[in-house]
Design a protein around this ligand. Structure first.
Ligand code: 5AD
Ligand code: SF4
Length: 588
């Protein structure tokens, strides 16, 4: 059925059920758009409808004005947990609630998806769902998906085949199993998923998680339900994500969503929509709560964290103009005003001096001096910068629409190293982008050698529909060449990272303890300021904050570790003492 037909049906029925298989998002808005009721209605049903319409019009006339909304515009407040949203007219409050059905959530892809899973769960929990980690006992299975590369999507298609079997084997005595696709893949493929996999009941794009209770309620009636509407302002500012691991020492805090950069290879602007920032006040409130819960590390999250710009209050908008990193440009018209990333970082880092602050993923264009200065000065802001280069060839960077040349990027690296002498650097690279020659590839290898990153994330190019590269460029590098170049990049990266990490041998590092090492029950594992994994034997040590006391490290403790060996991915050493973040600088 065409979505418009859904709209029309909605106007005629108080307790409406979609006739055909898909309940699209238009259902939500159709009441506001109803322009149909006419005085020519003759049936009692129509007359009743006309009455409702008249009543609606008179309420509209006496209702709030545009000025009223402007006056009352402010940071959205969190609803008390007992408060249930009004159901749409075709659902009862009972149908809209989870009624203790068990949800199994599975996350794929980036950290944003991990955070989105917590947001989706927070919404469902308030709506009366329970969470299960046992697939067999789930009533609802939700996959939070990724579309960034073809392989990520293939993983989901394969997973759906397994879930199909689970669904078909479901005992008749139990409620039917419902399956939902959330996130980027739902946004990108929309109808294709519903028609290809008839067993998928719910689709919710990255901006539609608030609608999950309604979508699941519609699915309960045996219909497919979808909301893939992208928003210009949804930041889930008022939804406190539910941290899934209560013993965790760190948490992710989403500060902005979407991306306006339009790098020519990237699907993100199409799946996650336009860039928008969460109000500073709500971010600070969440970080304060996490600090009170005893968490020791917060990572500020966003597709472009350092492009942060809170414009939620009018008075923020006469603030200073935008400073880009030297030699960098943006693909969009320069934005003005708003509270910028340096302001947010400053405020967040003042909340708890014992809480480490990280951020990911930034774009190299948004590193003005005030951000670098702050990272240098503030003890609890980690001296670690992810600086995605994508390629070492200016020619390829131009085709990628990255807004910088190799020279500007290298100059930025030098400037960062001068401003923050002990900084750790990491990067993303793509091998085999459209038109990449062997010479371009060598340039990327030489950039890896020149910068000597501590960490790296390397990918083979995967063509994505809708992107500029898909429309304008040719995916002309054979798969085997892409993979060979990727292997070569990995080899060079490892050699260089090993060299960079070996400079830590003999030094003392402040490590935030996470818990037991996965490889050995007698070793502990944690991370240094640069986010490198550090492994050390679980031994008794002095607690310098509590003179003379002998203790063993616990998750969430800061300990000093003397580094004795290093590889491309980990440091190893022995523990010296327990300390605090503030005091640690005097010991090394
Ligand atoms: N193919 C391969 N890698 C990609 N990335 C983004 N889009 C693609 C693509 N189409 C990589 C970039 C980005 C990281 C998150 O994923 O390196 O920084
Ligand atoms: Fe994609 Fe570029 Fe935006 Fe990163 S900055 S999410 S690579 S478009």
């Amino acid at each position: 059925m065409h979505p418009l037909q859904c709209v029309l049906r909605m106007q005629r029925c108080q307790r409406w059920r979609p006739l055909a298989s898909v309940s699209w998002v238009l259902l939500r808005t159709c009441r506001a758009h109803s322009g149909l009721p006419s005085t020519a209605c003759s049936s009692p049903e129509r007359q009743q409808e006309a009455g409702v319409w008249k009543d609606f019009n008179s309420r509209l006339a006496t209702g709030p004005t545009f000025q009223h909304f402007l006056r009352n515009a402010s940071v959205p407040q969190e609803k008390p947990s007992s408060e249930v949203d009004d159901p749409p007219p075709y659902l009862t409050v009972d149908e809209l609630s989870g009624r203790q059905r068990k949800v199994y959530l599975e996350t794929y892809g980036c950290q944003m998806n991990v955070n989105d899973t917590e947001i989706a769960w927070s919404i469902l929990q308030k709506s009366g769902y329970l969470r299960t980690s046992n697939l067999q006992e789930a009533d609802v299975i939700l996959l939070v998906t990724c579309s960034i590369r073809e392989k990520a999507e293939q993983t989901i298609w394969n997973r759906l085949q397994q879930l199909k079997v689970l669904k078909s084997k479901r005992l008749r005595s139990r409620v039917p199993l419902r399956i939902g696709i959330l996130g980027c893949m739902a946004e990108r493929l929309k109808e294709e998923i519903l028609s290809r996999e008839k067993m998928v009941d719910v689709l919710a794009g990255p901006d539609a998680y608030r609608d999950l209770p309604r979508l699941l309620a519609v699915a309960e009636s045996g219909q497919q339900a979808a909301n893939v509407l992208l928003s210009l302002d949804e930041t889930y500012a008022d939804v406190m994500p539910v941290q899934t691991s209560p013993s965790a020492t760190s948490a992710f805090v989403s500060i902005m969503r979407g991306c306006d950069n339009m790098c020519s290879y990237c699907i993100v602007p199409f799946t996650r929509g336009r860039e928008r920032s969460r109000p500073v006040a709500s971010i600070l409130e969440e970080v304060r709560k996490l600090s009170e819960q005893g968490l020791k590390e917060v990572t500020l999250l966003g597709q472009n964290v350092n492009s942060f710009r809170d414009t939620s209050e009018v008075q923020f908008n006469n603030a200073v103009s935008t400073n880009l990193s030297r030699g960098f440009s943006s693909n969009y018209k320069t934005k003005q005003g708003g509270l910028r990333f340096a302001h947010l970082l400053d405020q967040v880092s003042r909340i708890d001096p014992e809480m480490r602050i990280r951020f990911t993923s930034p774009h190299p264009k948004d590193f003005p001096d005030e951000v670098l200065q702050l990272i240098h000065e503030r003890d609890n802001i980690c001296k670690q910068i992810h600086l995605p280069a994508q390629s070492g060839s200016s020619r390829v960077l131009e085709a990628m629409q990255r807004g910088y040349s190799r020279e500007a990027y290298v100059e930025l690296v030098h400037h960062i190293r001068e401003s923050i002498p002990d900084v750790s650097l990491s990067s993303d690279f793509i091998a085999g982008f459209c038109g990449e020659t062997e010479e371009d590839h060598f340039q990327t290898m030489s950039l890896l050698q020149e910068v000597q990153y501590n960490m790296g994330f390397l990918f083979a190019y995967s063509m994505r529909q809708k992107t500029r590269a898909y429309h304008r460029l040719k995916d002309d590098i054979p798969e085997e060449v892409k993979l060979r170049r990727l292997e070569e990049l990995i080899t060079v990266f490892r050699e260089e990272a090993t060299k960079a990490n070996k400079t830590f041998v003999g030094c003392t590092q402040l490590v935030l303890v996470e818990g037991l090492s996965k490889r050995s029950a007698t070793d502990l594992c944690g991370r240094n300021d640069g986010n490198l994994k550090v492994i050390f034997p679980d031994a008794e040590m002095e607690d310098v904050t509590n003179s003379g006391l002998r203790v063993r490290a616990q998750p969430g403790d800061y300990v000093l570790v003397k580094i004795t060996s290093a590889s491309s991915q980990t440091l190893k050493g022995h523990v010296l003492c327990r300390t605090t973040l503030k005091d640690s600088s005097t010991y090394y």
